[in-house]
Design a protein around this ligand. Structure first.
Ligand SMILES: NC(=O)c1ccc[n+]([C@@H]2O[C@H](COP(=O)([O-])OP(=O)(O)OC[C@H]3O[C@@H](n4cnc5c(N)ncnc54)[C@H](O)[C@@H]3O)[C@@H](O)[C@H]2O)c1
Length: 191
């Protein structure tokens, strides 16, 4: 893929973080596949509608779905950039439950290819990226894993800083910042 081409993006989890993220990236011209375990969420978005309350998000989603830049599914497909935006609730012991994140990583692993970027947008405790790396190393021994080899990395695992509230999120800062695409291009430029 040439640098000037837009990367394809797969966003895991289409809630208050994942859906605006998917829609804003799609508006930048990337083809985005949104994945959710909830069929109602998938069907609603594919109709160009939204299932959450977010100011002005309805028009944005309607626009990118009608331009065929955003579609939703329950099944992961290959992409250049994966964004994990699934929940990380607290469990009964008040510890963060990262099982949703690991479930999402498990679904990404079979379609991950050399040069891809996986971004963890979910709020996650320290060590979660190591858990993801170990999971993908187990599932995909054919891929070189970041930090687990002295050879050049063949995929990237950045974590997004947790520093915004959803309403302001896509309307101000994020709408002018294509973090997934920028990260992906930076990763390619480093190789
Ligand atoms: N990085 C940041 O700046 C930032 C900011 C705010 C919140 N967050 C975090 O983002 C995460 C998502 O928050 P939210 O408010 O969007 O949650 P949400 O509950 O609104 O949406 C999560 C969606 O993920 C879906 N889902 C659950 N498991 C899935 C799986 N395995 N595969 C695909 N989809 C799955 C759910 O059906 C739901 O639609 C949380 O961890 C939250 O703390 C991050």
């Amino acid at each position: 893929m040439a640098f000037e081409e837009k990367p394809s993006v797969c966003v895991m989890g289409l809630g208050y973080i994942g859906l605006p993220t998917a829609a804003v990236i799609a508006r930048s011209g990337c083809h985005v596949l949104g994945i959710d375990v909830n069929q109602h969420v998938v069907d609603t978005i594919n109709r160009g509608e939204i299932h959450i309350e977010e100011v002005d998000l309805d028009g944005l989603v309607q626009g990118v779905v009608s331009r065929k830049l955003l579609r939703a599914s329950t099944t992961v497909e290959p992409a250049d950039v994966f964004v994990i935006a699934v929940p990380t609730p607290f469990d009964e012991n008040h510890a963060p439950d990262i099982s949703f994140v690991l479930n999402a990583a498990n679904k990404i692993a079979p379609v991950l290819k050399s040069g891809d970027t996986v971004i963890v947008e979910s709020t996650s405790p320290v060590g979660t990226t190591d858990n993801i790396k170990e999971l993908i190393a187990r599932e995909r021994p054919d891929l070189k894993i970041p930090g687990m080899t002295k050879k050049p990395q063949t995929w990237q695992l950045p974590i997004a800083p947790n520093a915004f509230c959803p309403v302001a999120y896509w309307k101000s800062w994020y709408r002018t910042t294509d973090r997934s695409a920028a990260s992906h291009r930076a990763a390619r430029a480093r190789r």
